[in-house]
Design a protein around this ligand. Structure first.
Ligand SMILES: CC(C)(COP(=O)(O)OP(=O)(O)OC[C@H]1O[C@@H](n2cnc3c(N)ncnc32)[C@H](O)[C@@H]1OP(=O)(O)O)[C@@H](O)C(=O)NCCC(=O)NCCS
Length: 185
């Protein structure tokens, strides 16, 4: 059973699931939208069953055997009414680069599905899952650009506490740092 469903019993308004062959067609549609919008260009468009299986295997490997210079990363898909509508990444532990920009969690909503509350929903669904897969983590870092008000809103409404704002060369905007603490059981 999906870990989020197992943890919360909730299935309404979509759920997070680990990447799987169940959503191949829908994932391809989402990826075409992401690519057109300039996101996930480093991800291939795994159109054949074989290339999709190998793509899924790479995502699985990233959890335990990341590429050199990368930290372990878990990927989850937001599925609403059978369609892949968003992607959430959880990275742990942080490295120096992620401490400055990237943080523990990143998320993206498929362009055609934005402004419907799914950005807020993906993080809402992601938090209990993160505490489940990393129970000893006391808090998580989220970063977002100052010129990304939607992401700021998503983080703040999910309990993010602003820490500071960095100005780093090479970035299009200042970077806001937020922390979300694991609720005490
Ligand atoms: C940022 C992103 C996830 C937002 O997704 P979304 O599904 O549109 O978000 P929601 O519909 O849940 O909106 C969240 C809040 O932001 C507000 N919002 C949405 N778009 C906005 C915009 N362009 N300007 C200002 N506020 C905006 C919404 O009104 C909502 O506020 P509310 O809760 O007070 O109503 C989406 O635009 C995206 O995937 N962007 C590219 C990747 C990215 O920036 N990820 C975040 C990295 S930190």
């Amino acid at each position: 059973m999906d870990p989020f469903v197992a943890a919360t019993g909730r299935v309404a308004e979509g759920h997070l699931t680990r990447p799987s062959g169940d959503h191949h067609a829908s994932f391809l549609t989402a990826m075409r939208e992401f690519h057109a919008a300039g996101h996930y260009h480093n991800w291939p468009l795994p159109a054949t069953q074989q290339s999709f299986a190998s793509f899924l295997a790479d995502l699985e490997l990233a959890i335990t055997c990341p590429l050199p210079g990368y930290v372990p990363e878990q990927t989850f898909w937001l599925v609403v009414e059978g369609q892949v509508c968003g992607v959430l990444h959880f990275r742990n532990p942080l490295n120096a680069a992620l401490r400055q920009f990237g943080g523990h969690v990143g998320y993206t909503i498929r362009p055609s599905k934005r402004k419907q509350g799914l950005g807020s929903r993906i993080l809402q669904l992601g938090l209990p899952l993160i505490w489940q897969v990393a129970p000893s983590l006391e808090r998580i870092l989220l970063t977002c650009y100052e010129n990304n008000p939607a992401s700021q809103r998503i983080i703040e409404r999910n309990g993010g506490r602003w820490e500071n704002t960095l100005h780093l060369a090479g970035h299009p905007s200042a970077i806001r740092h937020y922390w979300i603490e694991q609720p005490v059981a």
